[in-house]
Design a binder for this molecule. Structure first.
Ligand code: F6P
Length: 353
């Protein structure tokens, strides 16, 4: 592999600067926000990597000391203290807290943003040294008030100005989209910089991996079961080499499928009527990333990006992957709904004059 001379190495910092120059009137406020998330993630990863040494209860295994420090709460505090004072942050919502984070009295920037974050997603994997991630999603403040209003927080995910995740795996990777493609930056621990390692990520048009908690299959609806069987039984030539891969850490599963080509699904539990993944913290940001990478994300009946939230912690079903498979899944759901009388067949397009 050719070694890139230092003068040509691109970092998260230089890419943010480059994107800023695409907007001649930019005041750099958005870029500052991105930089701050990058710095906060380095503090999170430093803690995640040392957690076991510090005898912290790092995931779900429960307290080990009289004052247990759960890693997701540590990470939540790191993210919060990095963002709460920023003049551009008009609203901050953490998956680990009810309601919105109380912001201090502070200067207000000319451009105001709403930030959603899940500080440690997939934390049940932490005690077993598995990969976890921070996910973030950024919206513009649309209400025009100095304090963010309900309408700012309940914007549909297609309004996201940016979305990304930082995956704490065998290496630490910052994956970002601002609506101009998806780029991946790997943290070089020697220099402490995120270096552009995956420029313009596009999901391959193949299904190398199928990722779902298949123990739940009996509780999926019929089209989801049929779709899962289609992919996993491998009778179709396109799925002959598809293999099952599921960590149970959303970003780790998603990221692998994004790079290798694969489908992730977490359908509704029909026994309880419940969904697991949250629209604003998990499904929305990943949907923006996958669409920017050429794939799709759906509930089966609605594009994830189009869902108008009624609640900030709302959960939804998620099926995401290459465009071809997601369109196929939506068709299977549509056909099932029509056959069971839940939906009227769509009318054929009008005949040409
Ligand atoms: O939402 C939290 C989460 O840990 C995701 O990261 C992951 O995809 C999912 O839950 C795993 O759920 P389950 O254990 O039900 O398969």
């Amino acid at each position: 592999m050719a070694v890139v001379p230092w003068s040509q190495v691109r970092t998260l910092e230089s890419t943010i600067g480059k994107e800023q120059r695409l907007h001649p009137h930019s005041r750099g406020i958005f870029s500052d926000l991105m930089r701050r998330i990058g710095v906060a993630s380095k503090v999170v990863v430093a803690n995640v990597k040392r957690a076991a040494l510090l005898n912290r209860s790092i995931g779900m295994a429960g307290p080990r000391t009289s004052e247990p420090l759960q890693m997701h709460l540590v990470a939540n505090d790191i993210m919060k203290s990095a963002l709460v004072w920023m003049p551009s942050v008009a609203g901050l919502v953490s998956r680990d807290e009810n309601g919105v984070v109380q912001l201090p009295e502070k200067l207000r920037a000319a451009d105001q943003y709403i930030v959603f974050y899940a500080s440690i997603d997939g934390r049940s994997n932490l005690d077993a040294n598995g990969s976890v991630a921070t996910i973030f999603s950024i919206y513009r403040c649309i209400s025009g008030y100095s304090t963010a209003m309900r309408e700012d927080f309940l914007q549909a995910p297609y309004k996201q100005a940016a979305a990304g995740y930082i995956l704490y795996g065998s290496s630490t990777m910052f994956v970002l989209t601002t609506g101009h493609g998806v780029h991946g930056f790997t943290l070089d621990p020697e220099i402490g910089e995120y270096v552009l390692s995956h420029e313009n990520i596009l999901i391959p048009d193949k299904v190398k991996c199928f990722s779902a908690n298949t123990m739940h299959t009996p509780r999926w609806d019929e089209p989801s079961r049929a779709f899962g069987a289609l992919l996993s039984l491998g009778k179709e030539p396109r799925y002959a080499k598809t293999t099952s891969r599921y960590i149970g850490s959303l970003v780790a599963d998603f990221h692998r499928n994004l790079l290798y080509g694969g489908v992730f699904m977490y359908p509704t539990n029909q026994a309880t009527g419940e969904d697991k993944l949250r629209l604003k913290f998990e499904c929305g940001p990943l949907a923006m990333i996958i669409e920017q990478a050429g794939g799709l994300a759906t509930t089966g009946r609605e594009r994830i990006l189009d869902i108008r939230p009624t609640d900030m912690h709302q959960t939804v079903p998620l099926v995401t992957g290459p465009r071809r498979e997601i369109e196929l899944y939506e068709k299977m759901v549509r056909d099932h709904d029509v056959a069971s009388g839940k939906r009227r067949p769509s009318l054929p397009p009008p005949a040409a004059e």
